[in-house]
Design a protein around this ligand. Structure first.
Ligand code: SF4
Ligand code: SF4
Length: 474
């Protein structure tokens, strides 16, 4: 089966229950943002900018658990910010699992290995030695870290840790191969860390998914290579969605980078071109999402937005109308369902009901539409069943060539900072002085475990602009 049976059954029963009750609107996935602090500052991330005045705020643990009970979504995606910075992340995961939910921990991957070492220390016994050897051989833990795991004391054993379970996926943010991903997250070495975290997670027995945003400049061939590489690492599934010029990101792109948002985000036509092969990818790789949503992305049908099915809860409350746009926050999920005029949003028969929705085809607005039978066409249910219950695509064979294609950035001395240095020091780059990358603490570094590898923002943006100029003149 493409997806574990227990998970498919849980989600299908939830839909059937509400269909029988004729519930007009209900939650499928809760996007839970316990905090917006992040250790990275990715290009195009509206979150850390939209909530820049509340980065130090966190949703108390009890309130997070209550939000999941309130909307009763069978799946919870814990996102943010970087959720592994949340001080009670282990307790939050344990509490949501106790409620019987399917969890996706959306992470940039930088703290995953630390969390998995905590788990290994909590369960250490000599039987774990073959696993530790594998991790040591793969250089996924150091000798020193292995010793700490082996010295597991009472405190380590009593610690609440993130354990592997079929009900949970690490959902690692990967936007391309090494050069592209590091450029988008604006920090070299992040891709490598993600790969190491994925390898470690698979050895430790976790389920791992990845999530990818496709931007205007994303090279489709690169995305296919990325899927091949991730599949060769035996990643269990992938979410992929087009990037979109929703308000916060749009404002930030214009203000911070001085760009026309159309240069960065996708229009509907561009999305359809980029996703023309999504159905082939769905056959070759374990792409999460319904085949109906894939047809929509490929431009083969229209869907109506069902943003209410993927509600977002964060420090300000229930965010409406969707994960991307903010027209208000509500104190209750039912209150939000009642008060928001949902008929004002989305695109119907090619006409945008809200101009801001015009080019949106994102997963959080339209994937549930495929599962819920909105715009139902004969045969859709069969398609969804066949896709879910069909056999899981085999992992792509790993090879040195594939790994070489994946590590095409800082690993081979071609990181974006290296290019920036060269670009800045080249005569064509103008009068800028020698490159100086300062590891300044970021404004939200005061949060637990958070550190930022980017230097002062305007300097970084200059660098990114110069890389592009240098590339053009090559
Ligand atoms: S990892 Fe990047 S995309 Fe995710 S919250 Fe942090 S800055 Fe935003
Ligand atoms: S179409 Fe739906 S998901 Fe997209 S921006 Fe509009 S309300 Fe949000």
């Amino acid at each position: 089966m493409r997806f574990p049976f227990a998970l498919t059954k849980k989600i299908a029963s939830h839909i059937i229950k509400h269909k029988l009750r004729k519930t007009p609107k209900f939650a499928m996935v809760l996007q839970l943002e316990p905090l917006h602090t992040c250790n990275l500052t990715c290009t195009g991330c509206g979150r850390i900018r939209e909530y820049s005045t509340s980065l130090k705020d966190m949703v108390p643990l009890e309130q997070c658990l209550q939000a999941a009970m309130e909307c009763d979504a069978p799946m919870v995606s814990i996102c943010g910010g970087e959720p592994l910075i949340y001080p009670k992340i282990e307790e939050l995961i344990a509490g949501l699992l106790e409620q019987g939910r399917v969890l996706y921990i959306c992470t940039n991957g930088m703290f995953m290995r630390k969390k998995m070492r905590d788990y290994l220390a909590a369960v250490y016994s000599p039987e774990l030695e073959p696993k530790l050897k594998k991790l040591l051989d793969g250089k996924l833990i150091s000798e020193k870290e292995a010793e700490v795991i082996r010295k597991s004391d009472d405190a380590a054993k009593k610690k609440v840790v993130i354990r592997p379970t079929k009900w949970m996926y690490w959902n690692v943010h990967v936007d391309g191969l090494e050069f592209t991903h590091d450029l988008i997250v604006e920090r070299e070495g992040v891709f490598k860390e993600c790969v190491e975290a994925i390898k470690m997670a698979k050895i430790c027995g976790y389920q791992v998914a990845t999530n990818t945003t496709v931007y205007r400049e994303t090279d489709v061939q690169e995305i296919e290579d990325m899927f091949k590489y991730l599949s060769s690492l035996e990643v269990d599934g992938h979410t992929i969605s087009p990037g979109y010029d929703y308000d916060a990101a749009k404002k930030d792109m214009v203000k911070r980078l001085g760009k026309d948002p159309k240069q960065f985000f996708l229009t509907r036509d561009m999305t359809r071109q980029k996703f023309a092969k999504i159905q082939d990818w769905g056959k070759a790789f374990t792409i999460f999402g319904t085949p109906v949503y894939q047809e929509f992305l490929a431009g083969k049908r229209e869907l109506t937005c069902t943003a209410w099915a993927i509600p977002t809860f964060n420090v300000k409350g229930w965010k409406a109308p969707c994960y991307l746009m903010t027209d208000g926050h509500y104190s209750g999920y039912q209150e939000m369902l009642t008060k928001v005029q949902w008929e004002k949003y989305g695109v119907v028969n090619g006409v945008a009901r809200d101009p801001r929705c015009e080019h949106c085809m994102v997963h959080c607005g339209y994937d549930p539409s495929g599962a819920l039978g909105t715009n139902y066409q004969s045969g859709d249910n069969w398609k969804n069943i066949k896709y879910n219950f069909g056999s899981k695509p085999k992992p792509f064979p790993s090879s040195p060539e594939l790994a070489k294609r994946a590590f095409n950035g800082v690993t081979i001395g071609k990181g974006h900072l290296a290019e920036a240095k060269a670009a800045i020091n080249s005569p064509a780059a103008g009068a800028r002085g020698a490159f100086s990358h300062k590891e300044e603490p970021h404004q939200h570094e005061s949060h637990v475990g958070s550190s930022c590898g980017t230097s002062e923002t305007s300097e970084r943006d200059d660098l990114l602009a110069k890389i592009k100029d240098a590339k053009k003149s090559e």
